[in-house]
Design a protein around this ligand. Structure first.
Ligand code: AP5
Ligand code: MG
Ligand code: ZN
Length: 216
C-alpha cells in the first residue's frame, strides 16, 4: 500500500530542513511544491512564469496549477511506494483533490507548530543554496564558509519572499487558507502535532516517532 506522509505547518516551520532527513530515514521521496516551482523558475518554464508573481508577493499559486504539477510529480515511478509531502496541501481544495487521487493509501499528517516571531527570525536569516536547495541560517545553522553551501559547494542566496514584509504576508495567507487543512486531517484521525520550536535534532526525533505512529 502507498504510504504518504504530509508535513503541515507555517512558512519557516522547518518542513524542508526536516523533510530531507525524514526522506532518507523513511525511504520516501521528498516532494516540495515550493521547490518544484523554484525549479520551474530556474528553467524558465511557462509554469514558473505563471507562479512567479504569486510567490514573490507571498500569495498562494492558484490550486489548479499546483495540483497538476504535484500529480505529475507523484505519478512518477519513484513515488509508487509512497512519498513525503512538504508544502502541499495548502488549501482544503488541494487536500480534497489529494484524497481523491490517493484512494486507499495510508496517510499521516504532522503539524509542525512554530510561533510567528520565530518564523520571522528563521526566514529573514535563511540562506538557501542555488544548487541543491539546502538551507542554512546565518545564526542557527551557519555554513562553514560564508555564502557557500555545506552540502554541495553551491552559492547561497536569500529568497525574494524571505523579506520581512513578504514573510508577514505569507503568515497571514497561512492563517487564512492553510490552517483549515489541519481540521481536514484531524477529523480523519490521522493528524499528529509536533512542537517545531525546539532544536532541529529534537524536532527530528519527535517527527520520526509521529511518522511511525508511535505517538499522536
Ligand atoms: P515554500 O517553499 O513551501 O515555502 P513555505 O511553506 O513558506 O516554507 P519555507 O520553505 O519558507 O519554510 P520551511 O518550513 O521549509 O522551513 P525551512 O526548513 O527552510 O513555498 C513558497 C511559495 O510557493 C508559497 O508562498 C506559494 O506562493 C508557492 N506554493 C508552494 N506550495 C504551494 C501550494 N501547495 N499551493 C499554493 N502555492 C504554493 O527552515 C527555515 C529556516 O529556519 C532555515 O534557515 C533553517 O535553517 C531554520 N531552521 C529550521 N529548523 C530550525 C530549528 N529547529 N531551529 C532553528 N532554526 C531552524
Ligand atoms: Mg521549504
Ligand atoms: Zn547546495
Amino acid at each position: 500500500m502507498q504510504s504518504v506522509l504530509i508535513l503541515l505547518g507555517p512558512p519557516g516551520a522547518g518542513k524542508g530542513t526536516q523533510a530531507v532527513r525524514l526522506s532518507g530515514a523513511l525511504s520516501l521521496p521528498h516532494v516540495s511544491t515550493g521547490d518544484l516551482f523554484r525549479e520551474n523558475l530556474k528553467l524558465g518554464t511557462a509554469l514558473g512564469e505563471k507562479a512567479r508573481g504569486f510567490m514573490d508577493a507571498g500569495r498562494l499559486v492558484p490550486d489548479e496549477l499546483v495540483i497538476d504539477m504535484l500529480f505529475d510529480r507523484v505519478g512518477r515511478a519513484d513515488c509508487r511506494g509512497g512519498f513525503l509531502l512538504d508544502g502541499f496541501p495548502r488549501t482544503v481544495a488541494q487536500a480534497t483533490a489529494l484524497d481523491a487521487r490517493l484512494g486507499g493509501a495510508q496517510v499521516r499528517a504532522i503539524n509542525l507548530a512554530v510561533e510567528d516571531a520565530a518564523v520571522v527570525e528563521r526566514l529573514t536569516g535563511r540562506h538557501t543554496c542555488r544548487g541543491c536547495g539546502n538551507v542554512h541560517h546565518e545564526r542557527f545553522s551557519p555554513p562553514a564558509k560564508a555564502g557557500v553551501c555545506d552540502r554541495c559547494g553551491g552559492a547561497l542566496y536569500q529568497r525574494p519572499d524571505d523579506s520581512r514584509d513578504v514573510v508577514e504576508k505569507r503568515l497571514a495567507v497561512y492563517r487564512e487558507q492553510t490552517k483549515p487543512v489541519e481540521a481536514h486531517y484531524r477529523s480523519r484521525g490521522v493528524l499528529s502535532e509536533v512542537d517545531g520550536a525546539r532544536k532541529p535534532d529534537d524536532v527530528y526525533t519527535a517527527l520520526l516517532r509521529a511518522a511511525r505512529g508511535e505517538v499522536r
